[in-house]
Design a protein around this ligand. Structure first.
Ligand code: PLP
Length: 435
């Protein structure tokens, strides 16, 4: 018996989500990916120790940098994305902050759209500036030519989300990557809401993908986790990234040149930031994420089907003044969603409830199946009031730009029976109108 499915990228997505990156013959034929629950590994010999520390040999020394369980997850996601390498981190925010730190240094800036997860907005607006890295927010993210006004010779990335949180806006990614590359700048995308099953960032020129793997990649809602994947196509030696040139010169004698260039971003992130700041995913968590990813495509199909039906129902509900979901023909993003999301634009939507914030809060109180939680991307349906939670602390103007109003609720539509979800939202919205 051979186990070639572990590195056959011609296999379909669903086959790869079960097999890619794992060769049982290297792990005592264990069918499940083993959890390597250890803090460190024996080095074997002085010569091997040196090879490991020069990154000449694939292997593990200390689990702050790497672990075989995590490596299976990293290879599996790399295969699903069609990229060159990945790193697993302790949370989505660790993935995003380590990505920014790897790209930008004191005096540099990151140009970003304003329609982001609140935590990322805070990171760019408040935390990174304390270390000399400026987050620049584009005023109108739909006017792609205007992005040029924010770019200068210290710009190190354009940062976007595949589906804006929580307004679910869709960007013209092809145009953004073309513009960024004309300046020699990489594009980073947060693909958390879409997953590699619904959106294929590397096929649209994106260079780096970040995930909160806490969400759909896991789907079971039992862990916090993050991932970063690189395309292997961006040239970091184009003159804009002096720190990458130093890194390249430090490692070029030990790592095969082609591999070093294809995996330059993730190698630098791992060797510098994972090592120095220490936010590696635990092997136990890597195992949980792998368990979830085995059913990713099947879950996403059901999520999208439920979301489409629920959005159509809510759009006609008398207690709902607006539904933000790009799958609806009424959405200004519908044609972009059809282009970029042929399998459907995810399963998160925002609604605005008639009667203002009080009515929105009454809806939250009345739901029976939807759980009132700040999380998204769970197999179970979740609901939250963004203005008092995920987007709390931002000004009303900033929130309005992200599609958050006092009467907004964000729904993360799960995989339950759709009739139950429709009935639940119907009764909760009806109760919200009774004062
Ligand atoms: N990106 C998006 C789109 C998110 O919704 C979140 C969290 O909700 C994050 C990143 C941060 O992920 P984590 O909570 O795993 O750190």
């Amino acid at each position: 018996m051979s186990y070639e499915a572990f590195d056959d990228d011609t296999l379909g997505f669903t086959t790869r989500q079960l097999h890619a990156g794992y060769d049982p013959s290297q792990h005592f034929l264990s069918k499940a990916v083993p959890i390597y629950q250890t803090a460190a590994f024996e080095l074997g010999s002085y010569e091997r120790c040196l090879r490991l520390f020069k990154y000449e040999e694939e292997g593990d020394s200390y689990v702050r940098f790497s672990n075989p369980t995590n490596r299976v997850l990293e290879k599996r996601l790399t295969s699903l994305e069609g990229g060159s390498a990945a790193v697993s981190l302790a949370s989505g925010m660790a993935a995003i902050s380590d990505t920014f730190l790897t790209l930008a240094h004191q005096g540099d800036n990151i140009v970003s759209v304003p329609t982001l997860y609140g935590g990322t907005t805070t990171l760019l607006q408040k935390t990174l500036p304390q270390y000399g890295i400026e987050g620049r927010f584009i005023e109108d993210e739909t006017d792609i030519d205007s992005y040029r006004n924010y770019i200068d010779d210290r710009t190190k990335a354009i940062y976007i989300e595949a589906l804006g949180n929580p307004g679910m806006n869709v960007l013209d990614v092809d145009r953004i990557t073309a513009l960024a590359h004309s300046y020699g700048i990489p594009v980073v995308i947060d693909n958390t809401f879409a997953t590699p099953y619904l959106f294929r960032p590397f096929e649209h020129g994106v260079d780096i993908i970040c995930y909160s793997a806490t969400k759909y990649l896991s789907g079971h809602g039992v862990n916090i986790a993050g991932m970063v994947v690189e395309s292997g196509k961006f040239n970091y030696l184009n003159g804009r990234f002096p720190e990458f040139e130093t890194f390249y010169n430090d490692f070029k004698d030990w790592i095969d040149e082609e591999t070093l260039k294809r995996e330059m971003f993730t190698k630098r992130l791992r060797i510098t930031y994972l090592t120095d700041l220490g936010a590696h995913m635990s092997p136990q968590t890597a195992f949980y994420v792998l368990q979830g990813m085995e059913t990713l495509s099947l879950r996403m199909e059901r999520h999208v089907s439920n979301a489409g039906k629920l959005a159509a129902f809510l759009e006609k509900h008398p207690a709902v003044t607006e539904v933000l979901y790009p799958g609806l023909e009424s959405s200004p993003y519908h044609s972009l969603a059809e282009k970029y999301f042929p399998k459907g634009p995810g399963a998160i939507m925002s609604i605005r409830v008639k009667g203002g914030q009080e009515a929105a809060l009454r809806t939250l109180k009345a739901v029976r199946i939807f759980d009132y939680m700040t999380n998204v991307g769970d197999a179970k349906s979740l609901i939250v009031h963004p203005a008092s939670s995920t987007h709390f602390g931002h000004s009303p103007e900033e929130n309005a730009k992200a599609g958050v109003y006092p009467d907004s609720l964000r729904l993360s539509v799960g995989i339950e029976d759709i009739d139950d979800l429709i009935r639940d939202m119907d009764q909760a919205l009806n109760q919200s109108q009774q004062i």
